[in-house]
Design a protein around this ligand. Structure first.
Ligand SMILES: *[C@@H]1O[C@H](CO)[C@@H](O)[C@H](O)[C@H]1NC(C)=O
Ligand SMILES: *[C@@H]1O[C@H](CO)[C@@H](O)[C@H](O)[C@H]1NC(C)=O
Ligand SMILES: *[C@@H]1O[C@H](CO)[C@@H](O)[C@H](O)[C@H]1NC(C)=O
Ligand SMILES: *[C@@H]1O[C@H](CO)[C@@H](O)[C@H](O)[C@H]1NC(C)=O
Length: 638
């Protein structure tokens, strides 16, 4: 299989890639100081593990967890959909991640989204970011492309290119909605007010239909001055006046039908959200047109390189106090928004701005932190949070398609944040009634946080995290959950150490492999452990490091062999990336279930899985056939 696959890959690589379609002048790979030189997204250089708690810090590794069965769901946030955690896709990456048009969608993206849908219902995603502000909707682009980048004009602090795109991008989004019910947040540029640039609403409204979840009017206005989008002295009052003026134009617009799906203010960094809300009576003033309050925030500004030492950050991020501070900073604003009946959307976040930290954002530390942050903000009554996907130059991608010159163009890279998103999505489930509360577990010990997820105000699931890194097992802990259940089921998010990178991270025994190894489907045997309980107590072991999702009832997500999956039957030479034709999708279900089952069982990365499961060793041959069939399909089309 390997030689065959290699031959297929070589043949693909030999096909001339027409680099004249999309120009990628930014960003460039930067030397990391280590032996690695190349795109940040694939840098294997690790940090050190964070230190274990010192002898002066009391540490109980065997503690009780008491759950509230009174029906009050003490301390829980609002009811949440399973689509709570989504992905924020930088607009300039629309074509690379989603696909160039409605008939050519990336099967890897569809597979990943299909997994989310299976666990939590149709995903809610965002397309936007810095690149949305100057994005220009054009009738066509040279060579039939649907997206183009120009490095002209103020490109901003993050080296953001200026974008041109065609309606094909919106049609591609709509096609993903038709397939998987995906709902989208999109951005309206606010780089000028006279005239306002409402083309995306004028044309997008009918294309997106009911799948348009909300419009973000303006992205991070507190950075407009810094990004040279406004002249010096641009004030909060200026911003509010401009926001008002565009909303007035929208209200008076003759063809735009829906005037009240606007989200804002989307401030991130320099302005205090509380100031905008209180000094300008924001929520009340714009109430008739606002459908949500949008926040954008990364806990650390990493745009000035060298300002923050990644190792120091690693040591700070691997504590529960870190996500708690994030949530606390927004408690007041969330309270105001909920009182005004506006759901709170964290439209863009990740470990750190400007692409994250090498060794932290791309390590198991980030998976633990993002799971903790997601659940903490759920307990704080955020309605959706979107983990940002920044592309080749980012360390923090939940997943990313390969660069255009990749030798394995159909193989994507799935990063640590994705494992956290899967776990949290399963923890919430598809009912739409999940409520999350911080358990203040282990007397609030910062290394051993825990959450309870209520369904109909009764405990249904528990998530337990262990931030400590100790492969000897001496810092594993046992949480004794008090429950009437006779047995519970447990799934683990695991890695050997906190600083570990892919492929050594697994969720429920499965992995997406290493750099350039994923077709968007999990590999390895899906494992759920059954833990017997006695005397009203279930003892749950949580390895250091690791996270456990405990299902207190049997109503847990069961892997479904019929999950909709998407196989590639084409490559486009031009884009050098696998894509899939919509017509074929409507009549097929991707790989057939037998092949898929075989692929899932054959682990790409973790030999112990193969040993653990006879079935896996038996099906290794079937995997070879499946991968070669896939490669064959690619070859035929090339
Ligand atoms: C792809 O391009 C990057 C950036 O220029 C470079 O570092 C890398 O070596 C290239 N890879 C191949 C296979 O040409
Ligand atoms: C969609 O994009 C592919 C790849 O660029 C192209 O071959 C195809 O013609 C496009 N389809 C339409 C309908 O534009
Ligand atoms: C806003 O962006 C559009 C599209 O890139 C551009 O044509 C226009 O000049 C920009 N307006 C200002 C005031 O910079
Ligand atoms: C991590 O994964 C790699 C590749 O599968 C493997 O060689 C290595 O032994 C793993 N490391 C640990 C600590 O499990």
């Amino acid at each position: 299989m390997i030689p065959l696959l290699a031959a297929a890959v070589a043949a693909l690589a030999a096909a001339p890639a027409a680099a004249d379609v999309s120009v990628y002048p930014y960003p460039q790979p930067v030397p990391t100081g280590g032996p690695y030189e190349g795109w940040q997204a694939y840098d294997p250089t690790p940090l050190q593990d964070p230190p274990l708690p010192g002898a002066d810090q009391p540490l109980n590794l065997n503690f009780q967890v008491t759950l509230d069965t009174s029906g009050q769901a003490q301390g829980a946030g609002i009811e949440l959909e399973g689509s709570y955690m989504g992905i924020s896709i930088e607009m300039s990456l629309a074509e690379a991640i989603i696909g160039p048009n409605a008939t050519w969608l990336r099967p890897q993206f569809l597979n990943l989204m299909s997994m989310l849908k299976e666990r939590g219902g149709p995903p809610v995603l965002r397309l936007g970011g810095n690149t949305q502000e100057k994005a220009e909707l054009v009738d066509s682009l040279p060579g039939g492309a649907s997206l183009g980048k120009l490095a002209i004009g103020p490109t901003g602090y993050t080296n953001t290119p200026t974008l041109m795109y065609t309606l094909d991008i919106l049609k591609a989004l709509r096609a993903t909605s038709d397939l998987l019910g995906i709902r989208w947040f999109l951005g309206i540029p606010m780089n000028q007010t006279t005239p306002p640039r409402l083309e995306i609403v004028e044309q997008g409204e009918s294309i997106m239909g009911e799948y348009l979840w909300g419009w973000q009017l303006g992205n991070e206005p507190d950075l407009y001055e810094l990004h040279n989008y406004r002249t010096a002295g641009y004030s909060q009052q200026n911003y509010i006046d401009e926001f008002q003026s565009i909303l007035d134009d929208l209200a008076a617009h003759p063809t735009i039908q829906t005037k009240n799906k606007i989200g804002g203010p989307g401030v991130c960094c320099l302005w205090k959200l509380d100031d905008i809300l209180t000094n300008f009576n924001y929520l009340d003033r714009f109430s008739s047109q606002l459908s949500s309050m949008i926040i954008e925030h990364y806990p650390i500004d990493n745009c000035v390189k060298g300002q923050n030492d990644p190792q120091t950050m690693m040591n700070q991020y691997t504590m529960h106090s870190h996500p708690q501070k994030f949530a606390n900073d927004y408690k007041n604003a969330v309270g105001l928004a909920l009182a005004a009946n506006k759901p709170v959307i964290l439209l863009e976040t990740n470990t750190a701005s400007c692409n994250g930290f090498l060794g932290l954002s791309d390590a198991f530390a980030a998976a633990l932190w993002i799971a903790d942050l997601g659940l903490q903000l759920a307990a704080t009554s955020f309605s959706h949070i979107m983990v940002h996907l920044g592309g080749q130059a980012a360390y923090y991608n939940p997943f990313v398609s390969p660069p255009h010159n990749a030798t394995k163009p159909f193989m994507w890279t799935v990063g640590p944040p994705w494992y956290a998103i899967l776990m949290v999505t399963e923890a919430l489930g598809p009912s739409g009634h999940a409520r999350v509360a911080d358990l203040n577990a282990n007397e609030g010990n910062t290394y051993t946080p825990g959450y309870v997820i209520y369904e109909n105000n009764q405990p249904a699931r528990v998530v337990l995290l262990n931030y400590m890194s100790d492969p000897t097992g001496a810092h594993d802990y046992t949480a004794n959950i008090q429950t009437a259940a006779s047995q519970v089921r447990v799934r683990y998010m695991l890695a050997p150490t906190v600083n570990a990178k892919i492929p050594n991270i697994t969720w429920a025994g499965q992995s997406f492999g290493s750099y350039f190894e994923s077709d968007g489907l999990p590999r390895g045997e899906h494992t759920t452990e059954t833990v017997p309980c006695s005397g009203g107590v279930c003892a749950i072991k949580v390895p250091a490091p690791g996270a456990a999702l405990v299902f207190l009832t049997d109503a847990a997500y069961q892997p479904d062999e019929d999950m909709k999956t998407f196989a590639s039957s084409h490559t486009t030479r031009m884009h050098n990336t696998a894509a899939v034709e919509l017509g074929a999708l409507q009549t097929s279900n991707g790989l057939d279930a037998k092949v898929r089952a075989a692929m899932k069982k054959a682990s790409t990365s973790s030999p112990q899985n193969v040993k653990k499961n006879d079935a896996a060793s038996r099906s290794a041959g079937a995997l070879a056939a499946a991968v070669c069939a896939l490669a064959g399909a690619l070859l035929l089309a090339a």
